[in-house]
Design a protein around this ligand. Structure first.
Ligand SMILES: N[C@@H](CCC(=O)N[C@@H](CS)C(=O)NCC(=O)O)C(=O)O
Length: 211
């Protein structure tokens, strides 16, 4: 059965899903949604996702959005093993914590600082920059003595976090001040399946930073 995936290559949460699908080995039927022309607000798309966000996945009767919910579903439904999203309660709890941190803190603070500048030509707010620095500092602490973001092997936490951290990097945020993050990021670039897809998406995302 075809799994439809509504996305844009540059979007960080879409990049996370594309990498996770690659890691799971599941094929997605890619459907571009042009946010710039407001395609997500068309009635056809609102029927699929009334919240009008991408990424959105349609698998049979299931219509699902929120990238971290999507990647958890892909592993649960199609993963040959549970290594990316362990069934063990404590291990899974740690993956979930990192994914919630990514959504509610790390990515949120990136968006709060950069998006008004990119999309509304607003001046930079130094207070919001400090919040971003604090968030990357938290990640640096979580990664102390760790090769991976949660546990001893690659999980969905690494995939979603690297989609975000690569956006920080692209925006010119200096990651070298956070040695654990820098080391982990470099390891992710070499080990996350489909990282080349993330790179290609970043090239699209870059256009917003060059205007
Ligand atoms: N927390 C969501 C964020 C989704 C999101 O905000 N997507 C943006 C693009 S990166 C979007 O679709 N914006 C269009 C809109 O909200 O109308 C996720 O991780 O999937």
């Amino acid at each position: 059965m075809t799994i439809d995936f509504y996305y844009l290559p540059g979007s960080a949460p879409c990049r996370a899903v594309l990498m996770a699908a690659k890691a799971v080995g599941v094929e997605l039927n890619l459907k571009l949604v042009d946010l710039m022309s407001g395609e997500q607000l068309k009635p056809e798309f609102l029927k699929i996702n009334p919240q009008h966000t991408i990424p959105t996945l349609v698998d049979g009767d299931l219509s699902l959005w929120e990238s971290r919910a999507i990647i958890a579903y892909l592993v649960e439904k199609y993963g040959k093993t549970d290594s990316l999203y362990p069934k063990d309660a404590a291990k899974r709890a740690l993956v979930n914590q990192r994914m919630y941190f990514d959504m509610g803190t790390l990515y949120d603070r990136f968006a709060t600082y950069y998006y008004p500048q990119i999309f509304a030509k607003a001046p930079a707010n130094p207070e919001n920059f400090k919040k971003m620095e604090e968030a990357v500092g938290f990640l640096n602490t979580f990664l102390e003595g760790q090769t991976y973001a949660a546990g001893d092997s690659l999980t969905l936490a690494d995939i979603t976090l690297v989609a975000t951290i690569s956006s920080y990097d692209l925006a010119g945020f200096d990651l070298s001040k956070y040695p654990n993050v820098a080391k982990w990021y470099s390891n992710c670039k070499a080990t996350v399946p489909g990282y080349d897809i993330n790179e290609a998406g970043l090239a699209e995302f870059k256009k917003f930073f060059s205007h």
